[in-house]
Design a protein around this ligand. Structure first.
Ligand code: PMP
Length: 430
């Protein structure tokens, strides 16, 4: 990005987003924490919500609340329109042509489990292989462990390169006709690594495998075009993309969704019910048993509209600039910082996980780092970030993680850097 390269002091000249205006839309960003202005750098855990989303939620309960897909009354029709409107908007947001390919779930975790317990039980057998990468969140690992255990299948792990990228050559070496499923993250929630999904899909399809992409970290931060990615399933969470908690989605190819058995049984997902057997509603209702999370799905639409208005290309450019700035500043100010993930921001999202070397051999515990930063109003994530095996690989049981979004600024990166100086002073490193 020219604006970054050209600045002698490495400070980004400006963001392609109007960050000042954006910040006004997020009420929580004007609060103080521990006597300091809030610096929210925990967006990979969950994002903050703009007023537009909060108001959509309140408006729904004040003016529109009713059950969907059932009653004949005016409110029910309106609630159904709004609920289905989010489905159509999400389909468009990720480049899907048919809204029926969107199934609402609670979150990414449930979307992945839905595939494991339906498609997986149907298609994975003894001796089959499932490939995941070494950087998976537990959500895209544990369901496959359970499935492999239940079906007598084997898990294989696509390794990282030494620079923490997805090792495409090694992945290619793992492929064979026994591989039935490839389940890979689109963006690592620890390393920030962006994976080459279209290449992965193409190679996996050559051996007849189905491809599931964990888009929990990518969908909020970069343009998603399902057709370009070439995958078969894509999972995401609304709460990481300015939307409410309690809503996620699974996108799946229509023919796959239609051929899969139901996940949960109950109301709304049936066509005919007799005493001893039933038939299923068409997709997506087949996978949406019971009264869904209507209000949050409706409010999710406002989040998608908000992101759409910003433009996902622009969101990505803003975060690339901030990430590049953060990597440069943190390395310059803290040579004792171990930063994980690729250097090249073309292959890295706005996630910077790190450990701070302590006195002697070890590192300062990430919880201590997080606590001292919190004292200064700076919110980061600490711990294993639901990626325990990856941390083993990194040689650290846990790490501290700063992650950016549309409302973050270079000043906040500077605050993080200053905060780390305080950590080092307290730990006698300075
Ligand atoms: N995958 C990745 C890469 C994630 O970062 C997360 C959330 N930390 C998840 C899956 C799970 O998301 P959720 O908890 O919303 O299901």
């Amino acid at each position: 990005m020219a604006i970054l390269e050209s600045v002698g002091t490495v400070r980004p000249g400006h963001s392609p987003l109007d960050v000042t205006a954006i910040r006004h839309d997020f009420p929580i960003l004007s609060r103080e924490v521990n006597g300091h202005p809030l610096v929210y750098l925990d967006n990979a855990a969950t994002s903050q919500k703009p007023r537009q989303v909060i108001e959509a939620l309140v408006r729904y309960y004040e003016e529109q609340n009713a059950g969907v897909h059932r009653s004949a009354h005016t409110l029910a029709a309106r609630a159904t329109d709004l609920y289905e409107g989010t489905r159509a908007r999400l389909a468009e947001f990720i480049g899907a042509t048919d809204p029926r390919e969107i199934v609402f779930t609670r979150n990414t975790t449930e979307a992945i489990n839905l595939v494991a317990y339906t498609w997986g039980q149907q298609h994975i057998g003894k001796g089959d292989e499932i490939i995941v990468s070494q950087m998976e969140h537990h959500s895209n690992l544990v369901p496959w462990q359970l499935l492999a255990e239940a079906r007598g299948a084997h898990l294989r792990f696509a390794p990282l390169t030494p620079t923490h990228r997805f090792d495409l050559a090694a992945f290619r070496g793992l492929l064979n006709p026994r591989v039935k499923l490839v389940a890979v993250t689109h963006m690592s929630n620890v390393l920030g690594t962006i994976t080459p999904v279209s290449e992965i899909s193409r190679l996996a399809h050559e051996v007849g495998a189905v491809v599931l992409i964990d888009g929990a970290q990518s969908a909020p931060h970069m343009p998603i075009d399902i057709k370009h990615l070439g995958c078969d399933f894509f999972a995401l969470s609304a709460h990481k993309m300015l939307g409410p908690t309690g809503v996620g989605a699974l996108w799946g190819r229509l023919e796959l969704l239609e051929s899969m058995p139901p996940f949960l049984g109950g109301g709304s997902m049936i066509s005919e019910v007799q005493w001893t057997k039933s038939t299923w509603a068409p997709v997506p209702q087949k996978f949406e048993a019971g009264v869904p999370n209507i209000a949050d799905v409706v409010a999710f639409s406002a989040a998608l509209e908000y992101l759409g208005n910003l433009g996902m290309d622009t969101v990505r450019e803003h975060e690339k600039g901030l990430t590049k700035y953060a990597l440069t500043v943190l390395r310059r100010d803290h040579p004792d910082l171990i930063i994980y993930g690729p250097n090249d921001v073309e292959w890295r999202g706005g996630i910077v996980a790190f450990n701070l070397r302590g006195r002697g051999e070890g590192t300062i515990h990430s919880h201590d780092v997080g606590q001292i930063l919190d004292d200064q109003g700076i919110a980061i994530r600490t711990g294993h970030h639901c990626c325990k095996p990856l941390h083993t690989l990194l040689g650290a049981p846990e790490s501290a993680r700063a992650s950016f979004y549309v409302y973050n600024t270079p000043d906040e990166v500077d605050a993080l850097s200053r905060g780390l100086h305080v950590v080092k002073r307290i730990f006698g490193r300075r």
